[in-house]
Write a protein that binds this ligand. Structure first.
Ligand code: 1CP
Length: 350
């Protein structure tokens, strides 16, 4: 049997602006600790970054959720913080605590970073992309990803998650030129990395801007829209056919500006975006993806099903990819994910 080419796959068609009768679906953080088979695989590596840099393990982690739930897309198993690691910043992941980085807080500390080693350092991630690409079930698309520069910078400057962003906000406001050099470095490194993922077999790209929502409108323009649009142009120059999904979580009213000014093909909606607004305003310009509240997936039952049905009814008339509004949480029962996947797969219109 001949393999389906990328442009015929449901995910790629939807991201390209087609309204599919049965919308394609996948879930942010679809691999991970809510799956028992992930937890046992994870024990085979001494720490999380080594796990990400061991292609056999990362390929298997990428494929695990597909076997259970038959999504329309696989997402590369890696993390957004491999970029600071590749730039030479010390990054570690502590159990139960999340990532810890040796923080960079002023321009002179940028000298610690080296953009020249990024591709060598991340070669194992590209090997994972090639491995998944070979093993992909027919019709399933492979999504590559990176953190958007602003979000990666928040971790690099604060040094951990769960911070109040006081330090990164202060640096970006008080010394936009110095902070801009960090962002420029990230645009460059992230662009190299995403192009390498596409060369290795990624068929679409998602840029996670998980902390886009903490910026003022001016900050959003300068640190979210501007760097994202530079990255999108660089990708489009080399690979005009590869769709780019942007996920500016928490952008609220600024979602529209993001869609109009970054050049993304599709936008990921967090759970706070009203679906009627998305249908009327955003879907006129790009494909939309989202946005079931992950807390409802953890809960399951009628509430989850009713919410998913509302989203499908409202957004599936235009180009649409069903997803969550943020990542699956570790407490989610896999049976709920199975039930939701069945609901979406059997959807044939309201
Ligand atoms: O030991 C473990 O298993 C650690 C848990 C874990 C996993 C499974 C982390 C630590 N990262 C990942 C994988 C991951 N991260 C993927 C691939 C898997 C998939 O999607 O199926 C992806 C796409 C990410 C992206 C990611 N990492 C984001 C953006 C999405 C989001 O959730 O907003 C962010 C912010 C991170 C940073 C990160 N990595 C891990 C943790 C605990 C965190 C911190 C999150 C926070 O600050 O709240």
């Amino acid at each position: 049997m001949e393999e389906m080419n990328s442009q015929e796959k449901p995910l790629i068609r939807a991201l390209g602006g087609h309204a599919e009768k049965r919308p394609p679906f996948w879930y942010m953080r679809q691999a991970g600790r809510y799956l028992p088979e992930y937890r046992s695989l994870r024990e085979k590596a001494p720490n999380f970054l080594t796990f990400c840099y061991t292609p056999d393990l990362a390929v298997e982690a990428t494929l695990q959720p597909l076997r259970r739930f038959r999504m329309d897309a696989a997402i590369l198993f890696s993390d957004i913080l491999v970029i600071p690691d590749a730039l030479g910043q010390a990054v570690s992941f502590r159990e139960g605590e999340g990532p810890v980085l040796e923080p960079i807080r002023e321009p002179r500390e940028l000298a610690r970073l080296n953009g020249g080693r990024v591709l060598d350092h991340l070669e194992p991630v590209c090997a994972t992309v090639r491995g998944v690409s070979r093993a992909l079930p027919d019709g399933v698309a492979l999504i590559g990803f990176a953190g958007a520069p602003w979000t990666v910078a928040t971790y690099m400057v604060e040094g951990r998650s769960g911070a109040d962003f006081a330090l990164v906000k202060r640096w970006s406001e008080d010394d936009p030129e110095g902070f801009g050099r960090l962002i420029d470095l990230l645009v460059e490194a992230t662009g190299d990395y995403l192009l390498a993922q596409i060369e290795a077999g990624a068929e679409a790209i998602q840029m996670f801007d998980s902390w886009a929502g903490v910026l003022s409108p001016q900050g959003f323009e300068r640190w979210v829209i501007e760097p994202t649009s530079r990255l999108v142009s660089r990708i489009k120059q080399r690979f005009p056919q590869t769709p780019v999904i942007g996920f500016p979580r928490g952008a609220g009213k600024l979602y529209e500006r993001y869609v109009l000014n970054t050049g993304v093909d599709a936008v990921g909606l967090d759970s706070d975006v009203p679906v009627d607004f998305a249908a009327k305003v955003l879907q006129a310009h790009v494909a939309v993806q989202g946005n079931l509240n992950p807390a409802l997936l953890t809960k399951g039952e009628r509430e989850m099903e009713d919410a998913a049905t509302r989203i499908l009814s409202c957004l599936s008339k235009g180009p649409f990819v069903f997803n969550l509004g943020h990542g699956i949480t570790p407490a989610t029962p896999p049976e709920h994910v199975a039930r939701l996947s069945e609901l979406v797969r059997n959807w044939r219109g309201p």
